[in-house]
Design a protein. Sequence first.
Length: 134
Amino acid sequence: MTKRKVIIPKGMENIYDTYHYAPAIKVGDALYLSGQVGRDENLNVVEGTEAQYVQAFENVRKVLEAAGASFDDVVELETWFADSMADLKIFLEVKDRYFTKRYPTWTGFAVKGFSMPGILVEIKCKAVLGLSDA
């Protein structure tokens, strides 16, 4: 029987306890990450477009590492951008700092807004641990 394991990195316990969702769920070798946004451990939205994109990716990194994974294990990336994709060039520059070897599939959307004012992007991904490049 395949087991389901909740992944809660240090500093994200509040998300699970207060908002009742897991930062990630691991099922077998598959890892499903909840959308990560540009806010710090105190749930404060980071100011500045590039800084917020970096913080969102750092939050993804934190969840991946808590599950024993890395960006190289990500097979699918979804991003939602507030209102428009006008800052896509900045986002791509930041994304390429994190995905340097293996590139995932990627789908991006522009949305009307997020659950917290000031959020510019939400990043969701799926990873598979133990993959080879065969």
